[in-house]
Design a binder for this molecule. Structure first.
Ligand code: FAD
Ligand code: SF4
Length: 510
């Protein structure tokens, strides 16, 4: 039967069972589309990264002998949206059956269900064969439970997949080495220069410009740094194992002005586009660990595996459990606008300036920059989570809604009221100074609580607690923060609130 198989831009899984056999019956359909470039404004590196990876993927399929229809963004005949694209291919190629893989985005899931209803031929939907879990495994795991504790999900996953387990006990005697994973990096151990692929993407960039796609951020198109094929993803993974894994856990929360990537893997784009599978990552890391046990402590390996087997699968489960409501939820009722400096990096606050500038230059910031600098500021200044989400969804090369929204709206902005995080991730300058060296080069003083030189995070922090104390009054994990707030004398609190309100009203001046 002549079958059309749709491959979306984040479904670049070459190991999918669809590709086991080469046959004349199957035609694969891929397209760079305006519907995907325009639903939010994306960083230019994100658009280049996805289009280039899609082109490489379709070339590999063609080399293997598969039939592929591929539309480039500038192709005159490109319908630029899914419904027309699919209908056109069905009629032009006398297709008798339509097949697709489960999308990882609610918007596309709905759209494809509609398309299937509107066509007259039969259709079938397949798993992407990428994740460890099915869409609703998390929901089933937590059935009847009030809280969706990541730790409980993670332990279930370790047991189920027999990862870092000895019989039914965690290897190393502990499930979690978080306590030892909180070191500040002070220049040693040395960090090797990141592995960059230095791909020449100038032609593709020209095509994107010609198509007049609205993007933002910077790019060095002659030296595009991200992996755009399975082979390149594998090289990045090997580089990580040989050079970075040994220190990953220790420094996973560290911040540094001179080191953008520290010991982070930069594998998220490869995984989220599905060029690289989480199984391949985890097994390669485990093999490397087993071959170098004298040199690598389990805490480094556990810290890394927790992110992928734990957090990554967990976030996807939360997404499918909570959507579509999740995309609108705003339990803290934050309504402030996003300051303009999110698009320029121009702020005197050094930590924020560095983290935003880096995001605009590299389409990347590591977890603690996203959470404890940019996200922390957004939450403390009570910015509307819709605006925060749109920025995060656009700016990072790895941002796809299922993992962006759960991290941003959930973990970082507490807009879900505590589904993902048990307490809001907020801090004063103290934490930022403890984990990095931004404060040394800042025009503000991290120790000062009041006055013009005082760090804005200090007043914003207490102002946030005061503003939201009623919301958090029954949250036991907030007891200590709220009792410290209670001990503040009225005058001091008023000073802090006055300064915080000035910052919130005029963020560009700070
Ligand atoms: P590493 O530090 O090397 O970690 C290894 C891998 O673990 C990552 O590649 C990623 O696949 C996974 N991982 C780590 N933390 C998380 C997490 N919290 N949730 C899910 N997976 C995780 N990650 C995205 O992939 N896309 C996003 O759009 C995204 N948005 C975020 C927004 C905010 C506000 C925050 C706080 C975090 C966000 N994250 C997102 C999670 C995390 O910051 C990135 O996965 C990570 O920085 C990617 O860099 P890396 O590959 O070098 O990660
Ligand atoms: Fe950031 Fe405040 Fe430190 Fe400046 S003093 S770098 S604003 S935490």
């Amino acid at each position: 039967m002549k079958t059309l198989r749709l491959i979306l831009g984040d479904q670049l899984n070459l190991s999918h069972s669809w590709f086991d056999k080469v046959t004349d019956d199957h035609t694969y359909l891929m397209a760079e589309m305006r519907q995907e470039t325009d639903y939010v404004k994306h960083h230019i590196q994100k658009v280049v990264g996805f289009f280039r990876s899609m082109r490489n993927f379709s070339n590999t399929l063609k080399e293997e002998g598969h039939h592929v229809i591929y539309y480039r963004i500038g192709d005159e005949k490109n319908p630029q949206n899914l419904p027309e694209l699919i209908k056109k291919a069905i009629s032009e190629h006398q297709i008798e059956k339509f097949e697709y893989q489960l999308p990882d985005e609610y918007r596309l899931d709905q759209q494809l269900k509609e398309i299937v209803k509107s066509i007259t031929i039969s259709s079938e939907v397949f798993d992407t064969e990428h994740f460890y879990t099915k869409r609703n495994d998390l929901e089933n795991h937590f059935k009847g439970k009030k809280q969706l504790l990541m730790e409980s999900f993670y332990r279930m996953m370790r047991r189920k997949h027999n990862i870092l387990m000895i019989n039914d006990q965690p290897e190393g005697g502990k499930w979690n080495f978080d306590q030892s994973n909180r070191k500040k990096w002070d220049g040693s151990p040395k960090i090797p220069k990141e592995l960059s692929f230095d791909t020449d993407a100038t032609e593709l960039l020209e095509e994107i410009k010609k198509a007049d796609i609205k993007t933002f951020g910077n790019i060095d198109a002659k030296n595009f740094p991200w992996p755009t094929s399975h082979e390149e993803c594998k090289k990045l993974l090997t580089f990580f194992c040989s050079n970075l894994l040994k220190y990953f856990g220790d420094y996973q929360d560290a911040l540094h002005t001179q080191e953008k990537y520290l010991f982070h893997s930069r594998l998220s784009f490869g995984m989220n586009s599905k060029m690289l599978s989480p199984q391949e990552v985890i097994h390669t890391v485990l093999d490397h660990y087993h071959a170098h046990k004298d040199d690598i402590h389990i805490s480094q390996v556990e810290g890394f595996i927790r992110q992928i087997l734990g957090w990554r699968e967990y976030m996807r489960g939360v997404y499918w459990k909570e959507m579509p409501g999740y995309a609108k939820v705003n339990k803290l009722e934050n309504r402030n606008p996003l300051p303009d400096f999110f698009w320029t990096g121009k702020t005197k606050m050094n930590c924020l300036h560095k983290a935003i500038t880096q995001s605009l230059d590299d389409a990347y910031a590591h977890h603690i920059q996203r959470l404890m600098i940019i996200g922390n500021y957004a939450l403390l200044t009570q910015i509307d989570p819709d605006k925060v989400d749109a920025w995060y969804l656009g700016v990072y090369i790895d941002a796809i809604e299922w993992v962006e929204i759960t991290n941003t709206r959930g973990m970082s902005q507490y807009a879900d009221g505590g589904i993902v995080a048990t307490k809001p991730y907020v801090s004063s300058a103290n934490y930022i100074n403890k984990m990095g060296n931004y404060c040394k080069e800042c025009s503000y003083s991290q120790t000062k609580k009041s006055g013009e030189k005082s760090c804005p995070f200090n007043s914003l922090y207490w102002n946030f607690l005061e503003d939201k104390k009623a919301f958090f009054k029954d949250n036991q994990r907030m007891n200590m923060m709220l009792s410290l707030l209670k001990k503040k004398n009225k005058e001091e609190l008023k000073d802090l609130q006055d300064r915080a309100r000035k910052i919130i009203a005029n963020p560009e001046l700070f």
